[in-house]
Design a protein around this ligand. Structure first.
Ligand SMILES: [Zn+2]
Length: 308
């Protein structure tokens, strides 16, 4: 049985974002139901040991809010977290690692390009490599994360390349992991070895290719990039100068958007994740939310647990 907990569904900045006065952030400051932390999920095959997919800057708050991830067994030092799988090197995917520096052993699984970012930023040395192993993962090569005693977790993860971008703070800079494009943005197929049940996780994706469509067809569950409703949303709202595409994120709506591109693929449950606070689909009564829901999409609340 595979258990999945949505720790957070928001994109960088969260909802509300500290310095934002957009309609969603304004409303979210007084409406807890609209508030959302930055995107991350936790997965477990045995209900006892958990792995995080990405470590958001809100990790500490997420761990407090998630009983499944609290210390167990009356021990003075304990965490059910056995590892963290990173799908990219953005701030909202890696900064939470800095909140895991209190000496608990775990393993970081990431592509060499993302590990090179951790290696190049000495602040991550707070995660002593004697305790916190850094395990490279490769595109198209399935791996099974290990439990603390080295035994298999029962979870099989297949990383694959999806259209995307390097972390934007590296734009115009030399990437410490080299300039080959592979490895910056991974999608994951996460499966339970005992039952064969599986789901897909794509928190960043710039476009839906035919290859991706055939991969996702028939999946019981997908988490998919829901950063913006329309590509020019930040510019139109006067909030920024970047399009979704320039940040490596597909729009929910429109030609080539996620809703249209992933329609008719017989996907069981479709959940948007990594939703920016500018996105009107976050408002429960908006026309955009209704359109997304009519197309079978959900926007999960923080703490939502799904069992596969
Ligand atoms: Zn906002």
């Amino acid at each position: 049985m595979l258990r999945v907990v949505v720790l957070g569904a928001a994109a960088g900045g969260g909802v509300p974002q500290w310095n934002c006065g957009c309609p969603v952030c304004l409303k979210a400051r007084t409406d807890p139901e609209l508030q959302s932390t930055q995107a991350s999920i936790a997965i477990s095959a045995d209900g006892e040991h958990w792995f995080l997919v990405n470590a958001s800057p809100d990790l500490r708050q997420q761990l407090i809010a998630t009983p499944q991830l609290h210390p167990k067994g009356g021990r003075l030092r304990h965490s059910p977290i056995a590892g963290v799988i990173l799908t990219n090197g953005e701030v909202d995917a890696v900064a939470g690692l800095l909140s895991m520096r209190e000496g608990w052993p775990f393993t970081i699984y990431a592509h060499g390009k993302v590990l090179s970012i951790l290696g190049d930023n000495s602040i991550f040395n707070v995660l002593n490599e004697k305790n916190v192993r850094r395990q490279p993962i490769e595109v198209d090569k399935a791996f099974e994360p290990a439990l603390p005693d080295g035994s298999p977790s029962g979870i099989e993860i297949l990383p694959f390349e999806v259209p995307g971008k390097s972390a934007w703070y590296l734009e115009g800079k030399t990437h410490p992991g080299g300039n080959a494009s592979v490895g910056d943005t991974l999608g994951l197929r996460i499966g339970d070895k005992a039952t064969g049940r599986y789901f897909y996780f794509l928190a960043a994706c710039a476009s839906v290719t035919d290859d991706l469509k055939s991969r996702l067809a028939g999946a019981p569950l997908i988490f998919f990039d829901g950063t913006v409703w329309r590509d020019d949303e930040l510019i139109a709202a006067g909030l920024g100068t970047k399009t979704g595409q320039s940040m490596g994120h597909i729009a929910m709506s429109g030609d080539g958007g996620a809703i249209g591109s992933l329609a008719g693929l017989d996907i069981g449950q479709k959940m948007f994740l990594h939703i920016n606070n500018s996105n009107p689909a976050l408002l429960h009564d908006s026309a955009e939310r209704k359109m997304a829901e009519r197309a079978g999409w959900q926007i999960p609340a923080d703490g939502t647990e799904i069992t596969l």
